[in-house]
Write a protein that binds this ligand. Structure first.
Ligand SMILES: [Zn+2]
Length: 265
């Protein structure tokens, strides 16, 4: 048996020892495989953090394969001189362009004028001798938004299980917001998101620190049914999600921009 196959079986045993049921679809479907989350492809040379392997059913495991590849691509969209990163980015790009050429073209559909506008908005200083149309600014079409949201739901469930051992119920609610590095440059990410005094896990693989690729902060209520996760992928994108087992405690509130208590009647 090859080393890869042994590792695969080990991961499967570990995942199934954590729960007999899939943790992604409510906890009543028997699990039959190991799902690495965040997906292995997100990490440079597929070196994923130790322990982030979860029990999944076939449908949940295979059902997000395409989304996972898009996320692996997005998570590498950062300014970097690392040849490994650009090499992996190019490979993912080619593979996605083959699978969904139209969608990928949409990402790069901004004209020079549109890029100039976007660059000005984020006060990006264009390097001398660079043309606006050559700037690495991409459009975020609706399908990317949907893809990222599916990913956030799945990763939030995985992280919550990782830290509490509890499976997110099918009746629960996960709300989220995500930001790109363009949002960061434009000062649109709330500063607090980086400063919340929450738990920060140590992410390693064979003693290699992976936190520059993936890191997060989290806070969990005492009964483990309410939690907040802030997750960062390289200098590419980040998200915050709130997980609630019982949505009725959440939906009674009103959305407010001032943080005031809902008015009583
Ligand atoms: Zn499932």
């Amino acid at each position: 048996m090859g080393e890869g196959r042994i590792k695969e079986l080990k991961d499967r045993d570990f995942a199934l020892s954590r729960s007999k049921y899939c943790i992604f679809c409510g906890g009543s479907t028997p699990a039959d495989s190991a799902e690495h989350y965040p997906p292995k492809a997100v990490f440079t040379e597929r070196r994923f953090p130790e322990g982030y392997v979860f029990p999944a059913c076939q449908q949940c495991n295979a059902g997000t394969r395409h989304q996972d590849k898009v996320i692996a691509f997005l998570s590498r969209m950062e300014p970097s001189d690392d040849p490994k990163l650009s090499d992996e980015l190019a490979k993912l790009f080619n593979s996605l362009a083959n699978e969904r050429p139209k969608d990928i073209r949409q990402l790069f559909s901004l004209s020079g004028v549109e890029k100039k506008k976007a660059a000005e908005k984020i006060q990006y200083k264009i390097p001398a001798g660079t043309l606006y149309r050559d700037l690495p600014i991409v459009k975020v079409p609706d399908w990317i938004d949907e893809t990222v949201n599916i990913f956030i739901q799945k990763l939030t469930k995985a992280l919550h299980f990782h830290h509490t051992g509890l499976t997110f119920p099918a009746t629960g609610l996960i709300e989220s917001r995500w930001y790109t590095n363009a949002n960061h440059l434009a000062g649109q990410i709330p500063e607090q998101l980086f400063n919340i005094p929450t738990e920060t896990p140590i992410l390693v693989r064979a003693k290699v620190d992976l936190s520059n690729q993936f890191n997060y902060r989290y806070g969990i209520s005492e009964d483990s049914t309410f939690a907040m996760y802030s997750v960062f992928f390289r200098y590419a994108f980040c998200f915050t999600s709130i997980l609630v087992f019982d949505p009725s405690i959440w939906n009674n509130g009103k959305t407010t921009t001032h943080g005031s208590a809902p008015e009583s009647r």
